[in-house]
Design a protein around this ligand. Sequence first.
Ligand code: SF4
Length: 321
Amino acid sequence: MQKLLEIKDLNMYYPVQSGFWGTSKEYIHALNGINLDIYKGEILGLVGESGCGKSTLGKSVLRLIAPEGFVFFKEENVLDFDSKELKQFRKQSQMIFQNPYSSLDPRMTVYSLLREPLVVHGIRNKQEINTRIHRIINLTGLSEEDLKRYPHEFSGGQRQRIAIARALILQPKFLVADEPVSALDVSIQAQIITLLKKLKDELDLTILFISHDLGVVKYLSDRIAVMYLGDIVELAKTEELFENPLHPYTKALISAVPSIHKKQDEKINLSGDLPSPKNPPQGCKFHTRCPYAAEKCSQLQKIEPEIVKISDSHYVKCNLY
Ligand code: SF4
């Protein structure tokens, strides 16, 4: 498969003030040397608990924040782009968020919201603008009538359709969808997920789909990467991950996905909360909650497990393998 994006040694630190006067500076290590390829035409699911670094990774690959490392797009490092190159990259890569209302200007009609990115990127021919707008509203299930209305006049699901239409109006090749259905009712979630799948096929998109809900990610993704405290701890094709989950954290997440075939006692309950990323556990970061933790996994040894290749499409970061 052809790579669209190649992420190498990606680190992101957020400075936080601490101490009584807020004078000392500590760092949250949100991404810990991430290595990940995203293949052209795939939907790659990224799952993990909230606070594990998923959104930071999504924003980093689009350079909406400034991480350290390498994000190769068409063999060029996005993190080295100047403003002109970045503008071109923005045309080809877009993001949709959990709350579309905050990303849609309430004073603009849907028509203006869809027209604006085109004008910013130099498309001023009225006929071309209208052709593109009409094509995208048809694809996203909006109507001609909707173009005259304002974001507050729509339901949450319809607003997410508008946000998707706005993200796709520039005909990008890569889309980061950050928890795009988490704030929606279950029946509406299914509609938006089906829409994203259809758009991926019709527009030849590659999607990084971020969610805390493994059930949603399973339905949509070709491959899944599982994140824990800034690390990718397991990566596999979706079927392989569900048939043969290896990392104890992945097993716990899968056991929590509701299923009529599953008995209640099959659920693995993790002890404790996600540790603070300000002061993550040394050794394996998961050892404080892992039912299989051994001495070599703990603080004493201060050695992180290596990433192990199980097959060409399955990788895990755990001392058990
Ligand atoms: Fe559990 Fe040890 Fe594997 Fe970490 S390395 S997940 S603590 S068994």
